[in-house]
Design a protein. Structure first.
Length: 434
């Protein structure tokens, strides 16, 4: 099959952008030691160093000098990175960038197929540009941050999407094992275990749990149980620290982190050695913790109610069955105890769904469409490199301490998805009345 001139230009343009962006990002990871030697500093190197530690029976959470390092995941993630210790850090860094590009594209293609039952590769040139271009652009701030840090969140998002793709499009419930794998890296995806339990799809929930447990215990192939137990204890202690005032400074944009910064006398951030506060007034942090528990319980009730309603609309067009788990995908971010900027690459899938709802099915008004577009543009305009030059680092950090734009935009996306879900129920009721 011959490529058209337009296709060739597109491939060349995209390749140039990917290469230029990759060089710019990876250059920031390259540092010089005092002796002039080169070292690579990025999250993927932290993961590989943890893999080396697990092989050498060393503590994966602490450096040789006893200081806490940047590895904050379960032992399973260190275990699966063991093969990478054979490669040079720069090779690993470049390869990780390329893998994330591939997984990002696959996530969009699989999500589009889920939401439309169509193959995006067979769509028109204009359609491809619209859905791929807009979904990436609107979530660009969070995607770039993930690439800058060489983080694992695009991989986790891909695991979740491939799970639902296999589950719905291939009728393969065992595909849900990928959600279990993702949860063994970061615990957040375990919310889908609750989601399937509430839908009374017990086999799906059991498969997720099975994947999580089996993956979590895989490191026992290379370490003894005592060492493994110590790892779990340290990880638990870290998670408890995050659910305290120590884990609520800027970079924690969860409901927990935001409420603590706003309503307790807890530092919001430290800038040039000076401690800044953002609290409107101060109340006991235990009360905040109770409020967060209540919010989480309300979210569980919301999921329970919606899952029961979802079972009533199986005769609707297939796309409606995806709204609810996309909402859960977003809720996964904000109910947890620690959410950093790069965690919300999940916005990519939510934006894609809403674009499909507007363009393919006409389920959103133009006003709603423009609000959605503005939310993505707003997130870009409030990014560090833009806003700091306009208002300064002090005001920028104060804005972040309010969890702007992450939490507000997350709420906007959830509200729009919830509107579509409610609208689908009304359509179903009208059809039943007829």
């Amino acid at each position: 099959m011959k490529l058209s001139f337009k296709s060739i230009l597109t491939v060349l343009f995209l390749s140039s952008v990917i290469i230029f962006a990759g060089i710019s990002i990876i250059k920031k990871h390259v540092k010089k030691n005092n002796d002039g030697s080169i070292k690579i500093e990025s999250d993927i190197i932290v993961y590989v160093n943890a893999a080396k530690s697990i092989i050498n029976s060393e503590n994966i959470y602490f450096d040789s000098n006893g200081e806490k390092n940047s590895y904050v995941y379960l032992p399973f993630f260190a275990f699966i990175n063991i093969p990478l210790i054979l490669f040079q850090p720069l090779v690993i860094d470049i390869s990780w960038y390329c893998i994330n590009i591939i997984l990002l594209v696959l996530t969009i293609y699989l999500s589009y197929n889920l939401f439309t039952n169509k193959n995006l590769s067979q769509e028109s040139y204009k359609t491809k540009w619209f859905f791929i271009g807009w979904s990436i652009f609107l979530s660009l701030r969070y995607i770039i941050r993930n690439f800058q840090d060489a983080n694992v969140n695009i991989v986790l998002l891909f695991f979740i999407i491939i799970s639902f793709y296999l589950y719905y499009q291939k009728n393969n419930k065992w595909g849900l094992l990928f959600i279990g794998f993702a949860a063994a890296i970061k615990l957040f995806p375990l919310i889908f275990l609750i989601y399937f339990l509430m839908k009374k799809e017990f086999k799906g929930a059991l498969i997720i749990f099975f994947g999580f447990v089996c993956s979590s215990f895989l490191p026992l192939f290379v370490i003894n149980f005592h060492t493994f137990s110590n790892y779990i204890i340290i990880f638990y202690q870290y998670s408890q620290k995050m659910f305290s005032s120590q884990g609520t400074m800027v970079e924690n944009y969860s409901i927990w982190g935001t409420l603590v910064r706003l309503f307790t006398n807890t530092p919001a951030f430290i800038l040039e050695g000076k401690v800044y506060f953002a609290n409107l007034f101060s109340i006991n942090i235990i009360i905040i913790k109770c409020i967060v528990y209540i919010i989480n319980i309300c979210i569980l009730f919301y999921m329970f109610y919606n899952s029961s309603q979802e079972r009533k609309k199986q005769d609707l067009q297939f796309r409606f069955q995806h709204i609810e788990w996309v909402i859960v995908l977003l809720l996964m971010n904000f109910v947890s105890i620690l959410i950093e900027e790069f965690h919300v690459v999940t916005f990519l899938v939510a934006y894609l769904y809403l674009l499909v709802a507007y363009k393919e099915y006409g389920e959103l008004s133009k006003r709603s469409y423009f609000i959605i577009i503005f939310s993505g543009i707003f997130s870009i305009l409030t990014a560090h490199d833009i806003l700091v030059r306009i208002v300064g680092k002090d005001i920028f950090m104060r804005i972040l301490s309010l969890s702007i734009p992450l939490l507000p935009i997350g709420i906007i996306l959830i509200l729009f998805l919830n509107y579509l879900f409610r609208n689908s129920l009304k359509i179903n009721e009208l059809k039943n009345d007829r």
